[in-house]
Design a protein around this ligand. Structure first.
Ligand SMILES: O=C(O)CCC(=O)C(=O)O
Ligand SMILES: [Fe+2]
Length: 227
């Protein structure tokens, strides 16, 4: 899920945009920077290796984590891509989405357009109110079958950031809480998009600079051969 202009541990702003987005979910950014329990999991080298093996890169850095909490009766999360919102452009970038409550058809489980990452691009269709807006950009998927992914609390799914995905409305009186953790390859370069970076960070960066600030994007795993 995209983020923008947030301060550490704060809501990232999308919720302030309108009454509608505030009712998609509460979005809390980079809990790993303020909560030791989350930090321990997020910096876990085993997760970094799992991501590296799946994404097919040598070193894993954290891009961000986010708690995504759909309150009772929350709006759906429209179909979108993640990577085009981010400050680097790498087709392999991916996220792990962890269900903290059972995610069901009723309360807003994830949905995917399987395999869509093969032909989507870094052009950003955004994330609007209309569920079908993404298909204006990618009409080749308008006939595709979507895949719902209900899961038990504690389970997770992995998705490439260029896979078209979204989540249903919360049609229940309970919460649908989840964490999403986004990963980037070691060596990723700044593409000029601010996203979650602060003004101060962006002012120091030129397009093409490495995003290798250990405070912002720690390296949690590397299989690079040491000389
Ligand atoms: O949890 C949601 O509603 C959306 C999650 C999402 O878009 C993501 O993890 O990238
Ligand atoms: Fe997303």
């Amino acid at each position: 899920m995209p983020g923008s202009d947030a301060k550490i541990g704060e809501d990232d702003g999308i919720n302030k945009d309108s009454d509608y987005y505030g009712k998609v979910f509460d979005q809390m950014l980079n809990l790993w920077q303020t909560n030791n329990a989350v930090k321990k999991i997020m910096l876990d080298e085993n997760i970094g290796k799992m991501v590296a093996d799946l994404a097919g890169w040598e070193g894993t850095r954290i891009w961000h984590d986010q708690a995504l909490i759909k309150r009772p009766w929350a709006n759906p999360t429209s179909w979108h891509l993640d990577t085009p919102f981010w400050s680097f452009s790498d087709k392999r970038a991916m996220s792990i989405w962890v269900a903290l409550d059972d995610a069901t058809y009723e309360n807003g489980c994830l949905y995917f357009i399987p395999g869509s990452y093969h032909t989507t691009t870094f052009e950003n269709p955004g994330i609007g109110k209309n569920m079908d807006a993404v298909f204006d950009f990618y009409p080749q998927f308008i006939q595709s079958k979507s895949l719902a992914v209900p899961m038990k609390a504690g389970s997770c799914s992995f998705h490439n950031g260029l896979t078209i995905h979204g989540a249903g409305a919360n049609m229940t009186n309970g919460f649908r809480r989840a964490m999403t953790c986004a990963y980037m390859p070691d060596g990723a370069k700044f593409n000029g998009t601010k996203n979650i970076l602060t003004d101060e960070q962006v002012n120091k960066l030129k397009i093409g600079d490495l995003l290798n600030d250990e405070i912002q994007n720690p390296l949690i795993y590397s299989n690079a051969k040491k000389l």
